[in-house]
Design a protein around this ligand. Structure first.
Ligand code: G4P
Length: 293
């Protein structure tokens, strides 16, 4: 789902997160492992304040493992705890209690020293739409309690989901808004399905993806679509459109008059990317992002 963010939305979403923060010990900041910087709300530091935070690189099953390791290093270098997960299949999820305990070790040790029995750690998931918040909540709950596609402004009773005796999770996530005034960030968000395609032109999103594929994952297009004689880089839109045209021809995306239906070809490419049929890939590198918050 997509949210059109307006200042009023942002203020309300922010206020809702601030209310939830009063109830919890640790924030799980969910990012898309394929686009960790672009799926990050740049105001997250400010919004979550001094709460201990664990960055979760979700959809790691779809991301390039080497790049996920790079990104993990990147966040650790920034002083943040980080962990890669696949909320769909559940891999990495059972470690969340242990990771949270590590983050709160000093506080827990203080409680133990005073003879207090530490209560379960209370966590809140925050992240932009479609990053997998509901999937993770349902995975931790072991059942479908969070509706996928919830939106800010819809209030319902909040409940705690107990996870293994040591961790409790608020069943309503904090919804952050994506920031995409930079067109490349917009392309990354659209390519992974974080924002609706109609926000941007589909064929432009596809051309952006083709550039990454040709320049970073050279053999993929040949293997998937039987394309030969691909250039080693796509320096401009025109060369990218030519590659899209070849995919369209290969996949029978033809309109009357024998011309390629670019939008259909783009849909084929993006569907293949999102479902992992092109292989595991990451659409941005830590070194290309500049300074992150
Ligand atoms: P949200 O609450 O943050 O908005 O996200 P939600 O859980 O609804 O997840 C969005 C989509 O991402 C869902 O796909 C979900 O299955 C998928 N997803 C979540 N976590 C993972 C993961 O770790 N790996 C993979 N491969 N997919 C994940 P969907 O229902 O098919 O929605 P859509 O793809 O049609 O938007």
């Amino acid at each position: 789902m997509t949210i059109q963010w307006f200042p009023g939305h942002m203020t309300r979403a922010r206020r809702q997160i601030e209310e939830k923060l009063k109830l919890i010990d640790v924030v799980f900041e969910l990012l898309d492992a394929r686009i960790p910087a672009s799926s990050r709300n740049p105001m997250v530091d400010e919004i979550t304040g001094s709460k201990p935070r664990l960055v979760l690189l979700n959809k790691a099953d779809l991301a390039d493992p080497e790049q996920t390791a790079e990104w993990s290093r990147y966040f650790r270098d920034k002083g943040l705890a980080v962990h890669a997960i696949d909320a769909n299949a559940g891999s990495g999820v059972k470690e969340l209690a242990g990771k949270s305990k590590e983050l709160l070790k000093e506080k827990i040790d203080r409680q133990l020293a005073k003879g207090m029995k530490p209560r379960p750690i209370r966590a809140l998931i925050v992240g932009i739409p479609n990053v997998g918040k509901s999937t993770l909540i349902n995975r931790l709950a072991g059942r479908n309690i969070a509706q996928t596609g919830d939106r800010p402004g819809v209030t319902k009773g909040q409940q705690w989901i107990r996870f293994g005796g040591e961790l409790e999770l608020l069943d309503t996530p904090g919804i952050l808004w994506p920031k995409f005034d930079d067109p490349i960030v917009g392309f990354r968000l659209a390519a992974t399905g974080a924002i609706k395609e109609d926000v941007l032109h589909l064929d432009e999103v596809a051309c952006f993806v083709l550039k990454v594929l040709v320049e970073e994952y050279g053999t993929v297009l040949g293997e998937r679509y039987g394309l030969t004689e691909l250039p080693s880089e796509l320096p401009d839109m025109q060369t990218a459109v030519e590659v899209l045209e070849s995919i369209g021809k290969r996949r029978g995306c033809i309109v009357s008059g024998g011309h390629v239906d670019y939008e259909k070809a783009a849909t084929v490419l993006l569907r293949d990317l999102r479902s992992g049929k092109l292989g595991r890939m990451t659409l941005e590198r830590p070194d290309a992002t500049g300074e992150l918050a």
